[in-house]
Design a protein around this ligand. Structure first.
Ligand code: 2E7
Ligand code: F3S
Length: 316
């Protein structure tokens, strides 16, 4: 039987960012240094395959610091933690390593700096997401106001409209965030903020590649987890950029082949927490069913790298 032809457009950049690389390395190095078990507060990154792999090596994943014993090291996930978490670890004299992405730590510092200057903080982010919880938790409870949409901006109750600043989650939709920032600036012309927003290079680049790829594709698959904010944003960006069928898949087994019946072009990308082996698996699944031609859609080249914390660099 001859296999139907299909063009696979492969987005670049896709998959792991520098913050994810660093966070996974931190867990691996901690296991080498201290042996198992090493505790990790929250999924180190939002990917079951990554988490399962580290669990096999001796990492124990918990949601709260209170689920960790005092006498084993604990690592905080790449998404960041409220200030109360390292404080509690210190009080218990625990060994802890912070795998918060340096680009998130930068936002934490910004938020604190604005607060020290007497400005009330507004955060643009998704309620309940660990990064939002971590960033808001850099300041006392109730100090940071959360907005998600331009509608929220219309109703947010501030102390003094003249003394405000904003920060954002790093994995938001670039276009949606521009609308929220515009609404903030329209209602509060004196509001202080970053140059544009705090969306990171990896989020921006992955969304750009999807925008370039989407118009060429009958369908698009984003490899990523259902709790991965940046991956979910890639699905939305793809759909909005003109791709009629954009779906999130965790791995090849999730692909709905019936929905792809008759397609001749498909775009593939991956969120910042999705390992390349899962993309390879998806490509192989297409190669088993179609006569595949691969085409790279490259809109940027990344060469960002972050060092692991000092405690893991110095000899044990
Ligand atoms: C940390 C940060 O783990 P992810 O899927 O996280 P999101 O925030 O997208 O749900 O992706 C990697 C990552 C992205 N941002 C890790 Cl702050
Ligand atoms: Fe950091 Fe952005 Fe990745 S915030 S963890 S570089 S998606």
């Amino acid at each position: 039987m001859t296999r139907p032809p299909v063009t696979l457009y492969l987005a670049a950049p896709r998959g792991f960012c520098a913050g994810v690389d660093r966070a996974i390395k931190i867990v691996e190095m901690a296991l080498e240094r201290w042996g198992a078990p090493v505790y990790v507060r929250h999924e180190i990154v939002h990917n079951k395959f990554v988490v399962d792999g580290l669990r096999d090596k001796g990492a124990v994943f918990v949601e709260e610091l209170s689920d960790c014993p005092d006498d084993r090291p604990v690592i905080f996930s790449a998404h960041g933690v409220p200030k109360s978490v390292p404080k509690a670890a210190e009080a218990r004299q625990m060994v802890f390593v912070d795998a918060t992405c340096p680009l998130v730590s930068k936002v934490h510092i910004e938020a604190q700096r604005h607060a020290e200057n007497g400005l009330q903080m507004i955060m643009i982010g998704h309620a309940g997401h660990p990064e939002t919880v971590g960033t808001m938790g850099q300041l006392p409870e109730g100090e940071v106001l959360l907005v998600e949409t331009p509608q929220d901006v219309a109703t947010v109750a501030v102390r003094d409209p003249e003394r405000l600043a904003y920060v954002t989650q790093t994995t938001l939709s670039v276009d949606d965030t521009a609308d929220v920032v515009a609404a903030l600036k329209a209602r509060f012309p004196r509001i202080v903020g970053p140059h544009k927003e705090d969306i990171c290079y990896a989020t921006t680049n992955r969304q750009e590649a999807v925008k370039a790829m989407a118009p060429k594709c009958d369908a698009m698959l984003v490899v990523g987890a259902p709790n991965s904010s940046n991956s979910k944003r890639l699905v939305e960006v793809g759909a909005r950029a003109g791709c009629d069928y954009a779906q999130l898949v965790q791995r090849a087994g999730d692909i709905d082949w019936r929905a792809l019946d008759g397609i001749t072009s498909i775009g593939i990308t991956a969120g910042a927490s999705a390992p390349e082996v899962l993309i390879d698996e998806v490509i192989a699944a297409f190669e088993a069913r179609f006569d595949v031609t691969r085409e790279l859609v490259e809109t940027a080249v990344e060469n960002v790298e972050f060092k692991v914390p000092r405690v893991l660099r110095v000899p044990a």
